[in-house]
Design a protein around this ligand. Structure first.
Ligand SMILES: [Fe+2]
Length: 302
C-alpha cells in the first residue's frame, strides 16, 4: 500500500458563517476548535488541531484541500511529483499560512478544479481526540485522514491527471450512471491510503454553482450515523439522500445539505483498499440500496 498522503483538512469560504457553526457542531457533532490567527472558524473530528476551516468570503465553496504527508520524505516526493507533472507547488515566503493551518510546512498549488491544494507536513495534534459527545464512538481517521471530499468540475480530465500524476493518487474504481435523459454522471474514485477514496472527481456537464459536492465523515459506531440522521432530520435540513449503502465503497450513510449548500455525508463501515487491489472496475449505480431523497410526509391535519 502506497501511503504517502491523507486528507488533513478542508477549507471553505462562506458568506454566512453564522449558519455553519451550529451545523457542524450540533448536527454533524464535530468538536469546535480555536479560530486561526486570521479568523477562520475551525472544527475537528479527532486529535488533530483542525480538520474543517471556515473563512469569511463570497466564494461559498471549497477554498483549499489540505493533503498531509505522512513524513518528510513523502512531503518531498509529493512536491517533486507535482513539479514533474507540470504543477509545481510553492512554499509561501512568510510562515503565516503554515501557522494558520497549524502545520510545520506547507506548499500550495492551484488544482485544475478551482481550489488550492496544500501539501502539508506535521499537522498539530493533541494528546487525545477532542470530545465529540454527540458522536460517542468517535470518528475513524487513524491512518486514513479525516474523511473524503467529492468535487465536481468541468476540468475533469485535467483534474484526474493532477490527482493521479501530480499527487500520486490511485484510482479505486469509477462510476457511470444516467442522471437525466441523455446525461451520464461520471465519477472517478481515488485513494492515497487504505480509505476507499480520499478524493472523488465528478465530471460536471457545465459550471455548477459549487465545486464541493460533499465532504464525508466516518463514524466508528454504526448507531452514530443514525443519531446524526435524527439530528439532521430534527433540524429540518434538506436530506438529499436518506440512509443507504454505496455500491462501490460499501459505506452505510446519509447526506444532509449544509446551510452553505454543499452536502455532508455521515457514514460508517466502508471497505478498505487492500493490496493487490483488483476491483478497479466500472459501477453503474451509486447505491446498492437506499440513498433516496427524503421528502416530508404530506400534511394530513387539514
Ligand atoms: Fe461520499
Amino acid at each position: 500500500m502506497n501511503h504517502a498522503l491523507e486528507l488533513g483538512y478542508l477549507r471553505i469560504e462562506a458568506a454566512d458563517r453564522g449558519a455553519l457553526a451550529p451545523f457542524f457542531t450540533d448536527v454533524i457533532g464535530l468538536a469546535p476548535g480555536e479560530p486561526t490567527e486570521t479568523g477562520d472558524l475551525t472544527w475537528t473530528d479527532d486529535d488533530a488541531a483542525q480538520r474543517i476551516l471556515v473563512g469569511a468570503g463570497e466564494r461559498n465553496d471549497l477554498a483549499a484541500l489540505g493533503f498531509e504527508a505522512v513524513d518528510e520524505r513523502a512531503w518531498t516526493a509529493t512536491l517533486a511529483r507535482l513539479a514533474a507533472a507540470g504543477h509545481p507547488a510553492t512554499e509561501p515566503d512568510d510562515e503565516n499560512r503554515a501557522r494558520d493551518r497549524r502545520v510545520a510546512r506547507l506548499a500550495t498549488v492551484d488544482a485544475p478544479w478551482g481550489s488550492a491544494v496544500e501539501v502539508v507536513l506535521g499537522l498539530e495534534r493533541g494528546p487525545a481526540p477532542a470530545p465529540t459527545p454527540m458522536v460517542a464512538g468517535g470518528f475513524l481517521t487513524a491512518g486514513q485522514g479525516f474523511g473524503h471530499a467529492v468535487v465536481a468540475t468541468t476540468a475533469f480530465d485535467e483534474s484526474v491527471r493532477f490527482a493521479t500524476e501530480g499527487l500520486g493518487m490511485v484510482q479505486s474504481d469509477w462510476l457511470v450512471t444516467p442522471i437525466a435523459p441523455g446525461l451520464d454522471l461520471e465519477v472517478r474514485f481515488l485513494h492515497c491510503n487504505a480509505r476507499h477514496h480520499t478524493l472523488a472527481l465528478a465530471r460536471a456537464p457545465f459550471e455548477l454553482p459549487q465545486r464541493l459536492h460533499h465532504v464525508m465523515f466516518e463514524t466508528n459506531d454504526r448507531d452514530d450515523v443514525g443519531r446524526a440522521y435524527d439530528r439532521a432530520f430534527a433540524a429540518g435540513l434538506p436530506l438529499p439522500n436518506g440512509l443507504g449503502r454505496h455500491d462501490n465503497d460499501h459505506m452505510f450513510s446519509f447526506y444532509v445539505a449544509s446551510p452553505a449548500g454543499f452536502q455532508v455525508e455521515v457514514g460508517h463501515g466502508a471497505r478498505l483498499i487492500v493490496e493487490p487491489w483488483t476491483d478497479d472496475r466500472r459501477y453503474d449505480r451509486i447505491s446498492a440500496w437506499g440513498h433516496q431523497p427524503v421528502v416530508p410526509a404530506p400534511d394530513q391535519s387539514s
